[in-house]
Ligand binder design. Structure first.
Ligand SMILES: Nc1ncnc2c1ncn2[C@@H]1O[C@H](COP(=O)(O)OP(=O)(O)OP(=O)(O)O)[C@@H](O)[C@H]1O
Length: 909
């Protein structure tokens, strides 16, 4: 338990007097120790003790005191109920969990039990990062998953440990489960990108797994019973009210455990309410392209390294017009497929829309009118819905009906779209008609505000409303009659919350009503400075009628609301099918729009090991630069003459070239094209043929991971190790400047050995960018290594980047020219040129690189040996000793420094 959230200890000793309210608070807090307790008091949620201190710091709200507990002040802060969503949002984002404790009875009821009685209160809901349903707490364009992780307990050292992941988006009802091994666990969690992870206490403290879990945010350990394998099947079938879980397909015991943990946690946080989940869908291992967390982050798929959506691949390709479409696009991007047939089906759907512009724009126009069906459905089912959610269902069903009829007229639709068209027509027509007839044009935010049912829809409601409205008219008539009868023209009938309806006259006229005969009818209620107020029996009766009519109107509206909600709930599965169909149409037509707009082509995906991209472009960079983007080819296919046969291993491209020439851009664009192709999108290339990739690895960019005590170089090596240990023939590996983070020779050796390993052991398609030009010698010995370089031109001493990839190796680094472009002081640039010339002159005597057996690296090592002569240092030291810096001008100091260097050079020749 988090020490900060520990509940205050119950009082000890005779003197410790605790108010009944505090007693109630302490009891409720003790039952929810790991949550901040939002304790409802009237229009506020109050927080006490440590909770108050944590919340006031987190929310920047004032910390005050309220009474005493065990002789000490009780720290307190509060948030208004009206604005509680906003505060909840901030607390959840910071990783807190909140227990919402409501008043379960009217305070008047409590009073009846005696002056000191406390209002009954209870927790109605736990708000946790992975179980949110409110629109205000959720990102419309992202799924918010709760993930449960379970593992087998291997009985012997040789037995393989397996993990099951079950994940739910309770706001949309999606429910998935899969199994994986230790090696791909981190990549699987990264793919799902959950808002909250629940694990058993035991797994949380398991020394093999806890370092991995620490990489992720919001991990919650739960007691063992939630992960009890023996009761898992029963808990799962109870949730779905089915006799057995066999209908969900054959789930392994550990998958059942994870799935059951998910539903148990949902029930616990929702206090028994059951959001409309789809039955768990099993994803088979290997169905999606495995991409580990570092690669996802480095390639900036869903967000940039700085955490923003702008600048990511997602934002470059998102042309969806609905939130559900946007969420599905993010899912597809996070989990590209590995089955060429399934990919082809998705591509068929995109192609259908690229080839028919009128239907594309038509469909997109209609989609724009479709609200978020899935999330509105969940809110209604869990009792957090309002009239606007009913309207969202109505409008969503209307859009899906219209789209369904439009598509049903289309001949020869691709399979995915035909399935979607079918889904669109699933929901009940009568429900749509009923909702359209029932809902008023203007809808309040909350059902308690009433007025959301259209007049003419329900006779009983219409009559009660007429009565309510008529009573108001009757009041006006009564006022006119009283004015007439008393002769007091200024007599008014008014209303306030204390007196209800009353007759009001000025003070001077009050006498008249208090004297016979009028005092028989007008009963005095109140005398103010300028007015006197009365009531009459007639007015009292009328008032009772008005109040009860208004109450009855609201009651009837709420009844209709509940009935509509029930009808919606019972058609829930069909509504979900329509919601999914809308998202499928949105994503296919959105990707088609992107393809047309940015001139993408349909990739060809098969089961070979081919990787041929003609005229490839970087999907994000090309949208962000003002100059034209230079397209480049890439061919990592197995060479036909390599003797490896048709299924032989792929090529490795060794890419050299100066900084800023476009190496990283080229590397990343090929990885991104592969991802886009396998998620079922057209790609930014003239032509692309890709033999399906099983895992994508990248080691690009360098960042410290100080939080985990790793230096830049350590991170680089950990990531490289993962690649060399795991990449298979079917993988694609992108390595950018391996070995850069350490001393030159160490770095070169590591880079050299890594390329050899990739070529000989992993045998995968790889792109390897490097500054170590020595590596290019490898191409002479290793058949599948191809040297490529970025073309640059020198013009009047400056370097011009052409961004073109061509065969061959770079001749120079142009580092100094790039430094000049970056604005280093001219004196530094000039000095660097001198140093470089000297270094290059020193290097001239070095034998030429002779290839694989004759590693230049070892020669370099030899050269780096300290000189044998030992009189050099002593000569330099003697000269140094003779210097008196305090008596020298800067010019003399400079000259002396040059002289020292010269002495050293002469002696070591
Ligand atoms: N094919 C291209 N067409 C047009 N501009 C490009 C192209 N490739 C790269 N650029 C531009 O050049 C800039 C530098 O590219 P990039 O970062 O890929 O260079 P680099 O060789 O990896 O450099 P460094 O070694 O310093 O990381 C990019 O930000 C982009 O604006």
């Amino acid at each position: 338990m988090d020490a900060q959230h520990r509940p205050p200890q119950p009082p000890a000793g005779e003197n410790a007097r605790v108010t009944p309210m505090m007693e109630q608070f302490i009891e409720i807090k003790a039952a929810n120790p790991d949550c901040l307790l939002f304790y409802r008091m009237g229009d506020f949620y109050e927080l006490f003790f440590e909770d108050a201190e944590i919340a006031s710091r987190a929310l920047g709200i004032v910390l005050t005191k309220r009474g005493k507990h065990l002789g000490n002040d009780i720290p307190m802060c509060g948030v208004p109920v009206e604005r509680s969503d906003e505060y909840l949002h901030r607390l959840i984002a910071l990783g807190h969990r909140v227990a919402v404790c409501e008043q379960l009875e009217d305070p008047a009821e409590a009073k009846k039990r005696g002056g000191k009685s406390v209002v009954q209160r209870g927790v109605v809901r736990l708000v946790t990062p992975g179980t949110l349903t409110e629109d205000t707490l959720l990102d419309a364009k992202r799924n918010n998953y709760l993930l449960a992780l379970a593992s087998t307990r291997p009985s012997s050292d040789t037995e393989y440990r397996r993990f099951a992941l079950a994940w739910i988006d309770i706001s949309t009802g999606e429910f998935r489960v899969t199994e994986c091994d230790n090696g791909s666990l981190s990549a699987e969690i990264a793919r799902i990108d959950p808002g909250e992870i629940v694990v058993s206490d035991a797994l949380y403290s398991d020394e093999d797994i806890s370092p991995l879990l620490r990489q992720f945010e919001h991990v919650m350990p739960l007691t063992r019973d939630v992960f009890d394998g023996a009761t898992a099947e029963r808990r799962l079938s109870d949730y779905f009210s089915v006799a057995t879980t066999e209908s969900f397909g054959s789930l392994s015991r550990v998958e059942l455990t994870a799935a059951a943990a998910c539903v148990t946690y949902v029930e616990r946080t929702q206090f028994g309410k059951r959001p409309p989940l789809s039955p768990p869908l099993r994803e088979s291992a290997g169905a999606s392209l495995a991409i580990d967390a570092a690669t996802r982050a480095n390639l900036e798929l869903l967000r940039t390294l700085s955490g923003e959506r702008r600048g990511s691949l997602f934002s470059a390709i998102d042309r969806t017009v609905t939130s559900a479409g946007s969420r599905l696009l993010a899912q597809h991007l996070a989990a590209p497929l590995t089955d060429p047939d399934a990919i082809s089906h998705r591509l068929d759907a995109v192609e259908f829309f690229t080839s028919d512009p009128p239907i594309r724009s038509d469909i997109r126009d209609q989609l724009k009118a479709a609200p978020d069906l899935a999330r509105a459905l969940t809110r209604l089912v869990v009792g957090r819905g309002g009239p606007r959610d009913l309207a969202a269902i109505r409008d969503g069903l209307a859009a899906s009906d219209a789209l369904g009829s439009r598509l049903s007229k289309m001949p020869d639709m691709p399979a995915d779209l035909a399935r979607a068209a079918n889904g669109l027509r699933q929901p009940s027509q009568s429900l749509l008609h009923d909702l359209s007839a029932a809902l008023a044009d203007e809808l309040p935010a909350f059902k308690r505000d009433g007025g959301f049912i259209r007049s003419g829809y329900d006779t009983a409601l219409d009559e009660t409303r007429a009565l309510r409205d008529q009573s108001r008219k009757v009041i006006a008539e009564l006022q006119a009659r009283y004015a007439d009868e008393t002769g007091l023209k200024a007599l008014k009938i008014k209303h306030n919350n204390v007196l209800g309806y009353f007759v009001e006259v000025t003070a001077q006229h009050g006498e008249k009503l208090m004297a016979p005969p009028l005092n028989a009818r007008f009963i005095h209620r109140q005398t103010l400075a300028g007015q006197v107020r009365f009531t009459t029996t007639e007015l009292g009766e009328l008032e009772a009628k008005i109040v009860s009519a208004a109450d009855r109107v609201l009651g009837l509206e709420l009844e209709i609301f509940e009935r509509l909600t029930r009808d919606i709930t019972s058609d829930g599965d069909n509504i979900k099918a329509a919601a999914e169909a809308l998202a499928t149409l949105d994503i296919a037509s959105g990707l088609a729009t992107l393809a047309v707009e940015r001139d993408y082509t349909r990739p060809h995906i098969d089961r070979s090991l081919v990787f041929t991209i003609d005229g490839g472009r970087h999907p994000v960079v090309e949208q962000s630069i003002s100059e034209p983007f230079i397209a480049n080819d890439c061919d990592l296919s197995p060479p036909p003459h390599a003797g490896d046969g048709a299924t032989g291993a792929g090529r490795i491209w060794l890419l050299t070239g100066p900084n800023m020439a476009g190496k990283s851009t080229f590397l990343r664009q090929n990885a991104l094209i592969a991802i886009l192709a396998q998620m079922g999108s057209f790609v930014p290339a003239r032509q692309a043929r890709i033999g399906v990739i099983d895992r994508l690895f990248s080691r690009v960019g360098a960042a410290d991971d100080l939080a985990r005590g790793r230096s830049t170089f350590m991170v680089e090596m950990v990531e490289t190790a993962a690649i060399l240990n795991q990449a298979s023939e079917r993988s694609l590996v992108i390595l950018d400047e391996i070995g850069r983070g350490t001393a030159t020779f160490d770095g070169l050796s590591i880079a050299w050995a890594s390329v050899e390993h990739l070529h000989e052991v992993n045998r995968c398609r790889s792109l390897f960018a490097t500054h170590f030009h020595e590596l290019t010698a490898l191409a002479a010995k290793m058949p599948r290594i191809h040297n490529a370089t970025m073309r640059v031109k020198e013009w009047q001493g400056d370097v011009v980047f052409l961004h073109e990839v061509m065969a061959g190796a770079a001749d120079r680094s142009y580092g100094i020219q790039v430094a000049k472009l970056a604005g280093l002081p001219a004196s530094v640039i000039e000095r660097a040129k001198v140093v470089l010339a000297e270094l290059e002159a020193d290097d001239r005597g070095k034998p030429a690189l002779r290839g694989f057996e004759d590693l230049p690296l070892f020669q370099a090592v030899k050269q780096a040996q300290p000189p044998a002569q030992d009189d050099a240092p002593s000569a330099v030291i003697a000269a140094l000793n003779a210097l008196h810096p305090d008596e020298m001008s800067p010019r003399q100091a400079m000259d002396a420094l040059y002289a020292l260097k010269q002495t050293l050079a002469d002696k070591t020749k």
